[in-house]
Every structure is written in C-alpha cells, then in structure tokens.
Design a binder for this molecule. Structure first.
Ligand SMILES: [Zn+2]
Length: 298
C-alpha cells in the first residue's frame, strides 16, 4: 500500500476506529457482560474512541480498551500514519523524524515510537529461528575504549546474534539480543527463547554455542574464526551485524541496554519482513492492535 492509499484508507479518525471495531468484534459488537449484540455509540469527542453501550445491560465498552491506543490523546489517524512510516522506511523512522514529519511535540513522538517498537518486540517474541543457523556475538554501541574485555568499551553491550539461512544458504530471519554478559547461563536463556530445538548450528566454536547446541540437540559445525573458510561461512551473520550497527548508529544515540534492545527488535522486525514490501505496514498495524498496553501514557 502506498502512503497515499494508506491515507485514503486511514486518513480520518472515524476510519481508524471502524478498523479497530472490525478487529475487536469481527462478527459485530458483542457485549462483554451479557453477550447482547444491540448497542448504541457515544461519541465523547472527535479525538477519543466512541464508547459502545449495550442497549440491554448498559455496559459500556471502548474499542481501544486493552490496546496500546487506550486513553491516547493522540489522534488515531496520527498513530496509524506513524505505524506506516515506521514499518515502511527501510532505515527506520526515528522519534525525531516522527516529531518533524507529523508535527507532534517531541515527547509525544518519542512515546509513539517507543510503543510501536514494543509492539514489534512482542511480535518478534512469538517466533523462533530453526533449521540452519549461524550464531555469534558482537559488541554494540558507544565507542570502544582501551583494554576492555574482548574489546568491550564504555556503554557497550554484547549482543547475541542468530541468523537462519535458507536451503540455498541465503539469510532468512535474524534475532539480535543485547545481554549483560556472555556467560553460559545468560546466552542459554537467550537461545532458549529465540531458537528452536534440533537443526544445524554454525559457530566459531565458542563454548557458549557448544553448550547451546547440546541443550537444543542441534548438530554443531565449528569453523574457528582464523580458519580460511570462516569469512565465507559467517558471511551473512557478519552482514547482519554490520547492517544492525549502521541502523543503530543512524537512529539511536542513547544509553542503556533496554533501549538499545528495542532498536534491535525494530531492526529484526523489519529485516525479517524485508521482502514483504508495503504489506509490512498492515502487519505492523495488526501487531500494534494486538499489543498489550504499555505503562506509558501518550
Ligand atoms: Zn450487555
């Protein structure tokens, strides 16, 4: 869908609310209390979601209740446009770009950006990589200063990177997770969440991946990093790391692992849907509608 088509479809708050209604009540309104299907709507203001009141028991239901749009002070069409922009911009839309392009106060743009990133992270958490995988870790963020542990600098996080490959050896999906350390315990937890059992794992033979492969009953193929074949074997994971670093350098200048992780989730979300084209915006809208409310107002 082009931006123009998106705006034709979701250019008014009414159209956006109508869309949410079809998502929440695909077969028409059903009273959450008495299951009645007759209702009237109460429009409180142009900017807030209409209330649906059951004509039988007078229970009021909001179409945004339980979603990240609940009690938002931002017009829904602005939310929908932010979702489109963040989904389709290959370099990622920063909060600053949303602030400028949507004419929102920076703090509001930041909150929209933050919540949409959370929706991406929730969706990522529903998937695991399987089959043929490359696994490695890299340091992200900050500047590498002096003799840190394996080159760790100030405000840098180790990031565990998993990339799945197609049968033809092309990259398919990727996850990147910032971790406090690269101990076996930490890395095993990440792999438990992100990677299926079985399959074939390619790594440089680090003991954390050997332990992970064992726990996942995966076939583990080791290519030491000084092996002449290593650049070929790890070509795609190195490419993904480099793309992710470029993305973070361009959009994220803050500190802290949790924030950095949200940017890594955003990167993974778009990377894993890079062949979708603009339908990625519809997918992200669905992810946002289904995302749990997050404890930040907007
Ligand atoms: Zn009712």
């Amino acid at each position: 869908m082009t931006l123009q088509q998106w705006q034709d479809k979701f250019g008014t708050n009414e159209a956006c609310y109508a869309y949410l209604v079809t998502q929440r009540w695909p077969d028409g309104f059903i009273c959450p209390k008495c299951q009645g299907t007759r209702y009237w709507t109460i429009q409180r203001s142009e900017r807030t979601a209409p209330l649906y009141e059951c004509s039988q028991c007078h229970t009021q239901a909001s179409v945004t209740a339980g979603t990240m749009f609940h009690r938002t002070k931002v017009a829904l069409r602005t939310w929908f446009l932010a979702i489109y922009l963040m989904a389709t911009d290959k370099r990622g839309k920063s909060a600053l770009a949303l602030h400028r392009e949507l004419g929102l106060p920076y703090a509001t743009a930041w909150l929209l950006h933050h919540k949409i990133q959370h929706a991406m992270a929730e969706r990522n958490a529903q998937y695991q990589l399987g089959g043929l995988l490359e696994l490695d870790d890299a340091y992200f963020g900050g500047v590498s200063h002096g003799p840190g542990k394996r080159g760790r600098g100030i405000d840098q996080d180790p990031v565990v990177v998993d990339v799945s490959l197609t049968g033809k050896g092309r990259p398919q999906f990727a996850f990147l997770e910032a971790v406090p350390d690269l101990t076996k315990e930490t890395v095993l937890q990440v792999l438990e969440r992100r990677v299926e059992n079985l399959g074939t794992w390619l790594s440089d033979g680090a003991s954390i991946y050997a332990a992970g492969a064992k726990a996942h009953q995966a076939d583990h193929k080791v290519t030491p990093s000084d092996d002449p074949e290593a650049p070929k074997v790890f070509h795609w994971i190195n490419t993904v790391i480099s793309l992710a670093k470029t993305f973070l350098d361009g959009t994220y200048h803050g500190r802290g692992r949790a924030r950095r992780q949200l940017y890594l989730e955003e990167f993974s979300y778009r990377f894993n849907r890079r062949y979708l084209g603009t339908p990625i915006a519809d997918r992200l809208l669905t992810a946002c509608v289904q995302a749990k409310p997050h404890p930040y107002g907007a």
